[in-house]
Design a protein around this ligand. Structure first.
Ligand code: PLP
Length: 395
């Protein structure tokens, strides 16, 4: 494991002096360079004017596309669109697919609510059908099952790389091989995985990938991005268009941009866009592999400490587990644990049925504590968090 300078990384993170942050799956703490550049853009807008600031920092705004492309190993910067969050990024691609009656959308058991709501709406409108591919014995999408479900009606395979409710890391590369072999569209929701584990769109072989800035990437809120493989951009007319995505070239005619920015819209959070680029740079500077290894080690420590508590049970699925730790403790309400942590300035969250209904219902779970660790967390922080639960148990 490449050595990370944790002291320096924590000094670089103003939030670390105020809180123990185990809510990185909600929003990670911004490092100083991200914060400064994001604020810098806002300051500039206030000082010289918004349009003038965009012109003055045009290079930084454009750099964001290069930084995202590099982070996810996209072949071309033209494959990147900056969109205000992962959900809209996902929607812009998904709603633009012209589903026909009988088309099938294959997804995973651990799919995120917003995505499923979109699938259901589109199925209702178009007569397409949503099919959930069952899990294998490890709790990840079964590649065997997926293969047997591939028929000529399958139009799209779409799933979350890492679900919102746990440590599961889906085998997106193997799924990608199946998608390519069958020549169907393949969409990956990388909202939790970007910044948490290596994400390489060429290795995954996806047509679309959506992510947000604020989670494991540690960027500012209100920005995100969409990757669209060059080979499918031209075939996909965005469901919404404006004068940025297209040009009004004659009274009765418009022409759509040729790059992935056809999925963007004109007005956007420019400070967020600058900050997103800096967050990508920062993640690469820290080192995705090294950061990922450390956060996964910390998560494993947290899991084993929770498991050693009386009645403590972790619920994370999959062969390879990431940084999101979900658990319950017999006799304690998950909200009670989060509240007790909050009193000690430990940030965490709960995850419930409404976010991942297929999975939670299948496992008979209603609510779990979700403690999501990042590389800048420490063993001491984990000890402290677990110690509080221990104290609650011995009351
Ligand atoms: C948070 C999350 C989203 C939504 O991201 P937004 O940026 O809030 O739109 C999508 N998918 C998963 C798996 C998530 O955890």
């Amino acid at each position: 494991m490449a050595e990370l300078d944790i002291t320096r990384l924590r000094e670089d993170t103003p939030g670390c002096t105020h809180v123990t942050h185990l809510n990185n799956a909600g929003a990670g703490l911004m490092p100083r360079p991200v914060l400064e550049e994001t604020k810098g853009m806002l300051d500039l807008e206030a000082t010289i004017g918004g349009y003038e600031a965009a012109a003055a920092w045009g290079d930084k705004l454009e750099h964001t596309y290069d930084a995202i492309a590099k982070l996810i190993n996209a072949e071309h910067r033209e494959e990147i669109a900056v969109i205000e969050n992962a959900t809209r990024a996902f929607d812009m691609a998904f709603y633009s697919i012209d589903f026909k009656p009988g088309d099938k959308i294959l997804t995973s058991v651990s799919e995120y609510a917003s995505n499923v709501i979109s699938y259901l709406q589109v199925c209702k409108r178009t007569g397409a059908e949503l099919v959930v591919v069952h899990n294998d014995e490890h709790g990840q999408m079964s590649i065997e099952a997926l293969k047997t479900m591939m028929d000529e009606d399958v139009r799209l395979i779409s799933l979350s790389h890492i679900p919102t409710n746990g440590g599961l890391v889906q085998p997106v590369q193997e799924i990608g091989e199946v998608a390519r072999q069958a020549d169907v569209l393949y969409m990956v929701d990388a909202c939790q995985s970007v910044g948490q584990v290596p994400v390489d769109v060429q290795e995954i072989g996806c047509d679309f990938l959506a992510a947000t800035s604020r989670k494991y990437l540690r960027g500012p809120r209100g920005s995100g991005f969409l990757y669209v493989n060059k080979s499918v951009i031209a075939d996909l007319e965005p469901v919404l268009l404006d004068l940025h995505a297209a040009t009004w070239v004659a009274p009765d005619r418009y022409e759509i941009r040729e790059d992935a920015r056809r999925f963007e819209n004109w007005e956007t959070n420019f400070a967020g866009k600058v900050g997103l680029g800096v967050a990508c740079d920062y993640a690469m500077e820290v080192g995705i592999e090294a950061g990922s290894e450390r956060l996964r080690t910390l998560a494993a420590t947290l899991r084993s400490e929770i498991e050693s508590l009386p009645g403590g049970k972790t619920h994370d699925l999959g062969l390879v587990k990431g940084g999101i730790v979900t658990f319950t403790v017999e006799g304690l309400d998950p909200d009670e644990i989060v509240a007790a942590w909050a009193e000690e300035k430990i940030n965490a969250n709960t995850s419930g049925t409404r976010s991942t209904r297929f999975d939670m219902e299948q496992r008979g779970l209603e609510k779990m504590v979700r403690a999501s660790v990042h590389y800048y967390n420490t063993e001491d922080e984990i000890e402290k968090a677990v110690g509080i639960i221990d104290g609650m148990l011995s009351r």
